[in-house]
Structures are given as C-alpha cells and as structure tokens.
Design a protein around this ligand. Structure first.
Ligand code: F6P
Length: 356
C-alpha cells in the first residue's frame, strides 16, 4: 500500500484543486486500491499539529474548476519560529509523517513552501513539490499555476478602468499583486494596454513618470493608466540598505505604494488621479483553462515521480516540457523579471514607460 500525504501551503491561487485532482486521479489509476491519500489540513500546520484525514476517490471528483483549495492553507514562517510553545515544528512534522506511514509528502506551494519542503527532504522525508503562485516567482519553472488566471483578472481590471478613465479624462493607477517581483504587473500591464508599468525590478523616478503623463496629455490623450506592482519602489528606495528601506516603508503614511505614487504625481502636476487596488480578487475564483491544463500536468507528473520513487524534486515547466528539478536548487531562490527580457523590450518598443 502506497501512502501519500498532500497539502497546500502559502497564499492560495487558482488551480490548486485541479492539481490535487491531477495527483490523486493519476495515483488511483496507477495503484488502484493500493494507495491511501491523506489530506493534510491548512498547509504545514496540519502536519505540525496532526490535522489530517483519509481521503477517497470521490473526494477528488468535481473539483477541477473550483477556486481556492479543498485542503485549506496557511503560512508558516519556519526560519524565525521553528520552536513555538515548546513545540519543535520540524520534529512534529517528522513525527506525523511517520505516524501516517507516508511514502511521500506532496506539497503544493510557492517559495516559502519549497524552502520548507527542502528542509524536510534534508531531514530524510520523501517530498515532491508542485509550483503554485500568482506571482510566477519560483525559480526553476518557466510558469507557476495561478499566474495566468490572475493575469486574466488583473487585465480585466485594467480593461474596465479604461472606460471610466477615458470618460472622466483621469489618470488611474491599478495596483497589481506579485509580492517582490513584477511578472504579473508586466504581463497584465502589456495585455491591458497600460501606458506606464512600474515593477520592482526597474526602480521608478517620479519625474520620468510625470513627464510621460504630461507628454500624453499634450499629445491629446484624455487619460493615462499606470499598472503598478505592489512591490514597486523608487530609485531612492532602491539605493537604500535593506534595514533602512524596511524602516522607511514602516513609516510610509500610505496603505500601499500606489497611493504614495498618486500623491507624488499630484504634488507636481494637475492630473486628476485615482487608485484602484483589486487585491485578493486576483487570487479568487475558477482557474482559467491554461491553469487547469498546467495544474493537471504538474499533478500527473508528481504521480509519475511517486511511481518511480523519485523524491526530493519540484515538478517544473521548462521549454514546454514538465521536468523534475531538485528541491535544493529551487529553495530560497527568487525568479525576478530580467530587465532586458523580450517582454520589456517589446513594451518599450511600443512606447510604454517604465519610469526609469
Ligand atoms: O504570493 C501571492 C500573494 O498574493 C502576493 O502576490 C501577495 O503579496 C501576497 O500573496 C498577499 O498575501 P496574503 O494573502 O497573506 O495577504
């Protein structure tokens, strides 16, 4: 009997259930009655505190299009808090892994999740990871599931903002998620026809941004749209040491960087400006068809690795194929947007301003 534990960890995204379904259906097909799947509740928390349950084939039906995660999720910052209330989280996870008698733990998550997955693999557990996140910032894979669905939503927001922006002749900032990287903003910004795209990888100079807004106004454009990454930062901030940057941000009298940019623009120009923050909308609802397919491919690839007893890998998309990448190569690395990537060069060819 193969015993497989499965959990989803970190921020949720579209495609988690599709991926869970992919793993489970492929396992049942491979091992029929000779497999037991344990659903571990709320991410690594469930493994730490022993919240898990036996699941059965019908549990994995009808969930392909379902948003969120049927297993629940949570964030667990291990580095700072390995031991809490005398509970050593890692030791507890090892204990519960053994208690279930697992052959393999399948984790669906982003950067933090894979860091922990690698830690557990180094502790001797059999672990396989699946790359999920709307941020697309996981090293080792060209694409994470969730990204395309979130891009659809962020693009739709920019599309809709266009009609109100043009009616009123306003400047609009649409703040896009993405944590510390600009993939989502770059793609949604290009797809939505934003005039200015600000991403963390290209620190912005407010003078360049205002100059572009003025230029558009003089050219007779009634409105301008800025796609701003939630992690965008100014040239001045980019020059700061990490600690000073953190302290400055803690003092920032705005709910997010977009509001500060709006104020910076208002301070030196007459542009009428509004800010829209779609926030967690970008992670909600049903996965788009691309993500359904990608999640399914990742899920079945994970089942294949289990069949071959090949553990300690994250399944990844590279040049159109699904390949295993060692967890040790993925853990702790962020995939940022290369500033000279084709997408940025193409956007620049179109005259899109990056604020530099
Ligand atoms: O990692 C996905 C993500 O949505 C980021 O884009 C965002 O910065 C973060 O999660 C928000 O986290 P939370 O859901 O914990 O507020």
């Amino acid at each position: 009997m193969r015993k497989i534990g499965i959990l989803t960890s970190g921020g949720d995204c579209q495609g988690l259930n599709a991926a869970i379904r992919g793993v489970a259906k492929a396992l049942y097909r491979e091992f029929s009655d000779n497999v037991m799947i344990y659903g571990i509740q709320d991410g690594y928390s469930g493994l730490i505190y022993g919240n898990y349950k036996e699941m059965h084939e019908p549990d994995f039906s009808g969930i392909l299009t379902l948003g969120g995660t049927i297993l629940g999720t949570s964030r667990q910052p291990f580095k700072l808090m390995r031991v809490v209330d005398d509970i050593d989280k890692v030791e507890n996870m090892k204990k519960n892994y053994k208690k279930m008698g697992l052959d393999c733990l399948v984790v669906l998550g982003g950067n933090g999740t894979h860091k922990t997955a690698n830690l557990l693999a180094e502790e001797g557990l059999h672990v396989i990871g699946l790359p999920k996140t709307i941020d697309n910032d996981l090293w080792g894979t060209d694409m994470t599931f969730g990204f395309q669905s979130a891009m659809d939503i962020a693009t739709d927001v920019i599309d809709r903002i266009h009609t109100t922006a043009t009616s009123h002749g306003r400047v609009f900032i649409v703040e896009v998620m993405g944590h510390k990287v600009g993939w989502l903003t770059l793609y949604a910004g290009i797809a939505g026809g934003a005039d200015v795209i600000l991403i963390p990888e290209i620190p912005y100079d407010i003078k360049s941004v205002v100059a572009e807004l003025d230029r558009r106004e003089k050219a007779g454009k009634r409105f301008s749209i800025l796609a701003v990454a939630e992690g965008a930062l100014s040239v001045e901030e980019a020059g700061m040491k990490k600690k000073a940057f953190k302290a400055a941000r803690a003092q920032m009298p705005y709910p997010s960087v977009s509001y500060r940019i709006a104020d910076e623009i208002s301070a030196v120009s007459e542009h009428e400006i509004r800010v829209t923050v779609p926030g967690h909308f970008q992670r909600g609802g049903s996965p788009c068809p691309y993500d359904r397919v990608l999640s399914t491919r990742f899920g079945t690839a994970a089942a294949q690795l289990i069949k071959k007893e090949k553990y300690g890998y994250m399944v990844a998309l590279q040049n159109g194929s699904i390949v295993p990448v060692p967890l040790g190569e993925v853990a702790g690395k962020l995939k940022t947007v290369p500033v000279d990537c084709e997408e940025i060069l193409s956007a620049r060819e179109m005259g899109i301003c990056f604020g530099d």
